[in-house]
Ligand binder design. Sequence first.
Ligand SMILES: [Zn+2]
Ligand SMILES: [Zn+2]
Length: 381
Amino acid sequence: MRAVVYREPFEVALEEVPDPRIEQPNDVIVRITSTGICGSDLEVYEGRTAGEPGLVFGHENLGIVEEVGAGVTALERGDRVVMPFTVACGFCRNCQAGSTGSCLTFAPPGRAGGAYGSVALGSGAGGQAEYLRVPYADANCLPLPAGTDHESDYVLLSDVFPTGYHGCRLAGVSPGETVAVYGAGPVGLMAAYCALLCGASRVFVVDPVPERLAKARDIGAVPVDSSAGDPVQQIEDLTGGEGTDTGVDATRFPVPARTGEGQEHARVLDQLVHTVRPTGRLGVPGLCARGQPDGVPTRARPGALLVAMDTLVEKGLRLGTGRADVRRYDRQLRDLITVGRASPSFVVSHELPLDQAPDAYRRSAQRADGVLKVVLRPDAA
Ligand SMILES: [Zn+2]
Ligand SMILES: [Zn+2]
């Protein structure tokens, strides 16, 4: 089959690789119809991880069940399914407690969490390919209505929609509250969108990129242009000096090393500490990649970044962190899409056939041509 393979920094290729096979009785093979390119794929692409050549990308996968292992009970050939980016067994201590993003069965020794096509987590091959092997399939496939409706909405159930929602849950966003979201990439826009779904009264979205701020305005959030002045001060002014009730950090960590901004994430978290009012709450739903090979400033390399802990503690802020436990939310978020109450696909800027993946990576990494979120369509001509 054809798959999107990492070759070396700034080079991916469409290669012929062996078809995945049923390896365990509880596997299924899914024929992929939609698969997203994510910011964490770009970290591998840019050589900022320990990613090895030959890695098949792709953890944002939707498709049709093609082959069913003998031990699978809840799925049949022909079912349309979307898979959370985190691979979960369903029976370990963390999965049983609902923390499916921290599955112990798929984790490297001493760690928690598994994902497709991942470097930092326990992993199998990714789904930017014609087919994907899904282990523990009963626990890792969310059934979707048959047909092709809402394809670009449903594919976002694999990661950015629940991750944005998770940011709001970590921050405990409640009806009527004000929210500051730092970062207007796909996850930040999803966090803002979910905050509004949760009934927030006003959502401020901080970013320097005009097109992204325009998207934030389109969904009813208040854009805050961080290139036009201190966003903390801007939000303070917009809230009558009070600050917001809650905040979500949806910036990537670490930011691109080549820009020399290895402490950016600390700065954003630091800005959030100053943006949120005393007794407020913060959510950090991002993924912190380890093993940065080079180029990252010394302080960022071991993950030690500066945050105003004195202010955080003095203000009595609560801080929630961690990967989204997608299975906690994806059923409910799916049903919002199905009944027409949510359409997260406004973040999808490009839908492209699989063979355009190398170009899509290049343009995504350059943040060029209005690229916000690319969904690859392996079944497209
Ligand atoms: Zn992703
Ligand atoms: Zn587990």
